[in-house]
Design a protein around this ligand. Sequence first.
Ligand code: MG
Length: 159
Amino acid sequence: MSFRIGHGYDIHRTAPGRPLVLGGVRFACDFGLDGHSDADCLTHAICDALLGAAALPDIGHFFPNTDPAWKDVDSQVLLRHVVAALRERGWQPVNIDASLIAERPKIAPRLAEMKAALAASTGLPVTAIGVKATTNEGADDIGRGLAIAAHAVALIARL
Ligand code: MG
């Protein structure tokens, strides 16, 4: 069987008055993330991990932030497009593992919902999706709550 691995990273600045959506889950919070889409950095990192595994260009190539079609778009829509693009090229996701780096809000209580949303968008079982959350211990701009970042890896296999 033919396998490929990919890595993705994304970061968005926090901004008042914006929705906070992470892994397809909306958080009640006094800030959100700045960006052209819903700015869901966790889902963007996962998109780039999947695209990278297939040696395809990154998320910015497929969904340019200059295209009004993607303004405020639900990033689960982007993730579904990415999985479809892989399938067109003969690849399917096998598993995903991601780490979210956020000082606030508390992520752990929502992890199961995030995994369920990502499973629905990728067609994977929830048991094939890892999501962890950590803080940066106040050390940098993420640690001061000025941004939220995410890393992801994805394995894909030939259909
Ligand atoms: Mg992004």
